[in-house]
Design a protein around this ligand. Structure first.
Ligand SMILES: C[S@@+](CC[C@H](N)C(=O)[O-])C[C@H]1O[C@@H](n2cnc3c(N)ncnc32)[C@H](O)[C@@H]1O
Length: 284
């Protein structure tokens, strides 16, 4: 059976409510993006995240903040220093980033995209808040679609191919087996090559076997998989494998960032244990 046929995304969307609430709790978001379900799940998982932090030193919210703030920092730099004026955020969920960046950089066109149901929800929230405009839109996309209305080609067709573009995914790729992720990245790189200048930023949880908390991490990942009735595979063993993976997919260059090294500039406490998340910036 082809990999595509065995993969489903349906179980993933609820997690966007949880992260949406985490961004709000940490003053990164607006009440507009908070849902009762997000609040409920956060309360439900609180004993678990408290236990992981107290018992194993695994701080789930810190992990989320690291990736979110590191991606923000890269986006700010891309806009201020590299002239990026178009952003596409795939798997936007209930993330406030589009709203925050549109407020700060009104000249930037921001297209948020997600599976149709989540996209419809986000569009409604933005419209009701009066924030939807020609320069801030929400589109339907399915990263598993090879073609058609929800494929990547349709999403990028409406953008200006002569102007610099940055594409973001956050909290998406580790929900899928590596072959599926690399097929998506290959299709993405193909689209990005159609632009005068384009790059891609994503978070990634590598399979860091030498990490002192590796066993607890595997246990946590297994538990999250069971709770969300999906799986959460870890990809690549080290930075060299990550870079090779991106190059295999058609990216010319990939830079792997460890948010631990930027804790101070990201406004986070210094790390107490080596971090688990990486943020990648790849160019075509
Ligand atoms: C963990 S949430 C992350 C949301 C947001 N990026 C954040 O960090 O708060 C994962 C998101 O991926 C979206 N998603 C899942 N499968 C997808 C697919 N095949 N194509 C596009 N988006 C997908 C879900 O709907 C959900 O919004």
């Amino acid at each position: 059976m082809p990999e595509r046929a065995r993969v489903s995304s349906a179980h993933i969307s609820p997690s966007a409510h949880y992260t949406g609430y985490v961004w709000y709790r940490h003053q990164l978001s607006d009440p507009t993006f908070v849902t009762p379900f997000g609040r409920f799940v956060h309360r439900l998982l609180w004993p678990l995240s408290w236990g992981a932090r107290a018992g194993f030193g695994l701080d789930i919210e810190r992990l989320l903040l690291q990736r979110h703030l590191q991606i923000d920092a890269l986006l700010r730099k891309a806009i201020e220093q590299d002239g990026v004026c178009q952003v596409v955020e795939i798997a936007c969920g209930l993330s406030p980033r589009g709203r925050r960046f549109r407020q700060r950089y009104p000249h930037v066109r921001y297209v948020e995209a997600d599976l149709p149901a989540m996209a419809a929800r986000k569009r409604l929230l933005l419209r009701e808040a009066g924030w939807l405009s020609l320069e801030h839109q929400v589109r339907s996309v399915d990263i598993l679609a090879e073609r058609g209305a929800h494929g990547l080609a349709s999403l990028f067709a409406e953008l200006d191919h002569r102007r610099p573009l940055l594409v973001i995914t956050e909290g998406l790729v580790n929900y899928f087996p590596l072959a599926v992720v690399e097929a998506f990245w290959t299709r993405l790189a193909e689209q990005l090559r159609g632009f005068a200048e384009a790059s891609y930023v994503t978070d990634l949880y590598p399979d860091l076997r030498e990490h002192p908390r590796y066993r607890q991490l595997r246990w946590g990942v297994e538990l999250i998989g069971r709770l969300t009735r999906g799986s959460y595979p870890l990809h690549y063993r080290d930075h060299a494998e990550i870079v090779a993976g991106f190059q295999r997919c058609g990216f010319r260059q990939a830079q792997v960032l460890d948010p631990d090294t930027d804790s101070a500039s990201l406004g986070l406490e210094p790390a107490r244990a080596p971090g688990l998340v990486r943020v990648i910036q790849a160019r075509v």
